[in-house]
Write a protein that binds this ligand. Sequence first.
Ligand SMILES: Cc1cc2nc3c(=O)[nH]c(=O)nc-3n(C[C@H](O)[C@H](O)[C@H](O)COP(=O)(O)O)c2cc1C
Length: 307
Amino acid sequence: MLKDLLRPFVRPLPQWSPVAIAPPSRIVVAALRWDGQSVDVTSDHTVASLNPLMIATSLDAGQSPVLEYSDSATGRNLGALRLARADSIVTAEASITLYHVIAGAHRCLGWPHRSWNAWLQNRSMMKSRASSHLNMEPAAAQRLMIAYLRPRPVVLVSVNAPGHRNIFPMDLIGPLERSGLFSLALRSTNVSQPIMREVRQVALSSVPASMKAIVYKLSEHHKQPLQDWQALPFPVQASRQFGIPAVTAALQVRELSIVHSREIGLHTFFLGHIAAVENLAEGEQLHHTAGFHQAYRRRCGMPFTEV
Ligand SMILES: Cc1cc2nc3c(=O)[nH]c(=O)nc-3n(C[C@H](O)[C@H](O)[C@H](O)COP(=O)(O)O)c2cc1C
């Protein structure tokens, strides 16, 4: 009992919580605010790169908008990111605006727990820096967690080209609704990144939350390609249009036709069109949200199902 009471004071909350959510979800909504305007960007913003931390949207929200996340049931503001316009990407049909994230704050924990938890998390990040996958400053990682207030669905990305096959997890993905484009932010060191730029086709399998352990294990394929589709611990079937092996047990398979790619810091930012959608099953998809968001929801008696 005493241990439970003391835990928040000595141990940081996890940065990310893997949770099960039935898609499409508007539990948390996002709005861009600038010059007295407020526009819903729940399905129109995404993370474009981690280092530097950048957000992409198909809106042009001026030089310094604020991206605000709120709980759609209660209307409560959960947190916000302050953005600064950096650049734009113009494709044949649309224009995407890129913003640097320059500041952020969340309201999921009361004071002083909020500052204390951030201090504990930052200390732990500094300690594990050498082995950390994130490769970013603690302050930027704190802002990234705010971007995860809106839970991010996890997909398995399949790539199939002559002499190269692969399947690996991604969650820095999402629709940029108004433009009709869909984006992926992939570490440029990913072994399939040059192939994706060449073949310009991938399949995205929305994975059930029950596949979490397998999905995490597949992150090794960010570094090494897959030898054989038959060697996977689950069956795959050809996607409808491109014939790329995708997860048979997926809730949904989307095929992405890539129209643009650009290196931004350590990531390659891909933009594409969804060429086909197969809805295969209903159920809860694996998502990631910020640990402090799950702690807030637990305090309110409405935690996401943790997996
Ligand atoms: C569920 C999940 C989602 C991931 N999403 C992305 C992503 O969207 N973009 C990316 O570049 N890497 C993604 N990764 C890969 C990891 O961030 C990391 O690069 C990978 O595990 C290899 O780590 P290492 O290069 O530090 O060894 C994801 C990994 C997991 C397990």
